[in-house]
Design a protein around this ligand. Structure first.
Ligand code: AMP
Ligand code: ZN
Length: 469
C-alpha cells in the first residue's frame, strides 16, 4: 500500500511504526457554526482511509479533536450573549449529527481543547525549559522558530522570503516577537474572554499547541498518520511539528496526508468568503450518502468543484449501485437454483478481477475515484449476468463483493425499506383528520412524512406517496 506523504512530496510504501497498528490524528473543526461541506471533505476522506486500513487488518486508533476555544467561537458567544461553551457544545452536537448522517464513524477519541489545558501548560513549560520558547512582557509565550532547525520541512517554503515578507510588523513594533515566524503558544485573556491560570498570565492556548498535546496524550509522542485539509500544512502543521519534535525529541508523524479543497465555481469554499453550503443545507435536498459518494468520486488530493449537476450525477451513480444490489439481493434470496453452476463459477473470475482492481486503486494512495470505477464494472457485469436462471450462490458471491467494497467507502447501498404499515397508518390518520376538518393535524402529519422523505400526492384514486430522498 502506498501513501502520498506531504513531508517528502512522494508516494511512500506504508509501514506503520508498530506492526498491525495505526495511530492516526485528524485535525477537526472549529465549532462556532454548522459544518460546511468543505469541512465534510476531510471527515469523509479520512474516515474512508480508516475503514480501508481496518479492512487491511490494521487496528486503527483514530483521534480527531474539536477546537472548542477560539476567537470565532468567542465572537459568536458575544453576539448571542451566551458563554462560549454554549456555542461550542451546541455545534459539537450538531457536527456529530452530520457525521452520523454521512456515515462518518465516531473517532476512537474526540478530545476537546478546553479539557486538555493541563497538558498544554506542561508542554509549554518543557519548550521554555529547552530554550524553544520565550515569554514576552505582556505574558504571551512564543515559540522560537529559529531554535528548531527543521522548521519548514513540511511546507517546503522559503523561510527567508516569508521572514522578509513579515518584517514590517517587527520593525513597527506591532508585536513582541524575536522573529516574524515565531508563533503564539499562550496568550493573555482579553476582557470577558474565557481564561485559564498560568505562571505567565491568565490566558488561553494558541491553536497549534492544542493538536500537539491532544495527539501526544491519546496516541503518544510518535504517530503514523497526521491529516487534515491542505490549508493546514502551513502554518498549523508546520508549527505542530516544531512544538512536538522540540518537546518530545522524537519524530512526530511518519506520514502527513492532506486533502485538496472543495471549491465552488472554482473558488475555495470557506466560511470567511461566505460561499458555502452547510451539510445541513445539502441534507434538505439529498440523502447524505449522495454527498459522500460525490466526495469519493474524486481523488482526495484533487480539487473538487461542487455543483448541482455533479450532485445529480452522483445521485444517479449511487442509484445504479443500489438498484444492482437490490436485484442481487432478491436473486440471492429467492432464485430457484441454489448451487452455483460450473459456468457461473468461471464467470466469477471477472468479479475477482474487478475486486482486485478496487483494491489496487485503494492501495495506490486511496484512489477512491478508480475504486468506484471498479465497482461500476462489477455492477455492469451483474446487470448483464444475473437472469432468472442465475443461482442464489452466484448472486450472493457478487453481492458480497460489492457490499464489502461499498462498506469500505462507507456507503449504505441497501435500499431503505420503509415500514409501509407505519406510513399507511399516518396517511389514514391524515384522511380522518381532514374529514373532521382538523387541518392542523393533517398538516402536521404531512410534515412528519416530509421529515421521513415522503411526499404525498392527492390523486383521483386516493392519496399516493413516494420517497423523495
Ligand atoms: P476549520 O474548521 O476551518 O479548522 O476546518 C476543519 C477542517 O476542514 C480542516 O481540516 C480544513 O482543512 C478543512 N476544510 C475547510 N474548508 C475546506 C474546503 N473548502 N475543502 C476541503 N477541506 C476544507
Ligand atoms: Zn490540528
Amino acid at each position: 500500500m502506498y501513501v502520498y506523504n506531504t513531508l517528502t512530496n512522494k508516494k511512500e510504501k506504508f509501514s506503520p511504526l508498530e506492526e498491525g497498528k495505526v495511530k492516526m490524528y485528524v485535525c477537526g473543526p472549529t465549532v462556532y457554526n454548522l459544518i460546511h461541506i468543505g469541512n465534510a471533505r476531510p471527515m469523509i476522506v479520512f474516515d474512508t482511509v480508516r475503514r480501508y486500513l481496518e479492512y487491511k487488518g490494521y487496528e486503527v486508533t483514530y483521534v480527531s479533536n474539536f477546537t472548542d476555544i477560539d476567537d470565532k467561537i468567542i465572537k459568536e458567544a458575544v453576539k448571542e450573549g451566551v458563554p462560549a461553551s454554549t456555542v461550542s457544545e451546541r455545534y459539537i452536537k450538531e457536527c456529530k449529527k452530520d457525521m452520523t448522517a454521512m456515515n462518518v464513524r465516531p473517532a476512537t477519541k474526540h478530545p476537546l481543547a478546553t479539557e486538555e489545558i493541563d497538558g498544554m501548560l506542561e508542554m509549554i513549560r518543557t519548550l521554555i525549559n529547552n530554550g524553544n520558547a520565550y515569554t514576552a512582557k505582556d505574558g504571551t509565550v512564543y515559540f522560537r522558530t529559529r531554535s528548531f532547525k527543521d522548521y519548514g520541512k513540511l511546507s517546503h517554503k522559503n523561510l527567508d522570503e516569508l521572514r522578509s515578507g513579515n518584517r514590517e510588523l517587527k520593525v513597527s513594533g506591532a508585536n513582541q516577537k524575536e522573529d516574524p515566524l515565531d508563533f503564539v503558544l499562550w496568550k493573555p485573556k482579553k476582557e470577558g474572554e474565557p481564561y485559564w491560570d498560568s505562571e505567565w498570565c491568565e490566558g488561553r492556548p494558541g491553536w497549534h499547541i492544542e493538536c500537539s498535546v491532544m495527539s501526544k496524550r491519546y496516541l503518544g509522542d510518535e504517530i503514523d498518520i497526521h491529516a487534515g485539509g491542505e490549508d493546514l500544512i502551513f502554518p498549523h502543521h508546520e508549527n505542530e511539528i516544531a512544538q512536538s519534535e522540540a518537546a518530545n525529541k522524537k519524530p512526530f508523524a511518519k506520514y502527513w496526508m492532506h486533502n485538496a479543497f472543495l471549491n465552488i465555481n472554482n473558488k475555495k469554499m470557506s466560511k470567511s468568503l461566505g460561499n458555502f453550503f452547510t451539510v445541513r443545507d445539502i441534507s434538505e435536498k439529498y440523502d447524505l450518502q449522495i454527498l459522500r459518494f460525490f466526495m469519493l468520486s474524486a481523488h482526495y488530493r484533487s480539487p473538487l468543484n461542487f455543483s448541482e449537476e455533479l450532485m445529480e450525477s452522483a445521485k444517479n451513480g449511487l442509484e445504479r449501485i443500489i438498484t444492482a444490489v437490490d436485484n442481487l439481493s432478491r436473486t440471492a434470496k429467492g432464485a430457484a437454483a441454489e448451487k452455483i453452476s460450473e459456468e457461473e463459477k468461471e464467470k466469477l473470475s471477472k468479479i475477482k478481477e474487478y475486486a482486485d482492481k478496487f483494491e489496487a486503486a485503494m492501495d495506490d494512495d486511496f484512489n477512491t475515484a478508480d475504486a468506484i470505477a471498479a465497482i461500476f464494472e462489477a455492477v455492469k457485469f451483474a446487470n448483464i449476468e444475473i437472469t432468472e436462471k442465475s443461482s442464489r450462490e452466484f448472486a450472493k458471491d457478487i453481492l458480497e463483493t460489492i457490499l464489502t467494497e461499498t462498506d469500505i467507502l462507507g456507503l449504505t447501498v441497501e435500499r431503505k425499506e420503509e415500514s409501509n404499515a407505519e406510513i399507511d397508518a399516518l396517511i389514514k390518520e391524515r384522511q380522518e383528520a381532514r374529514k373532521t376538518k382538523n387541518f392542523a393535524r393533517a398538516d402536521e402529519i404531512r410534515d412528519i412524512l416530509k421529515e421521513k422523505g415522503i411526499a404525498l400526492e392527492d390523486t383521483k384514486d386516493g392519496v399516493k406517496w413516494k420517497k423523495i430522498r
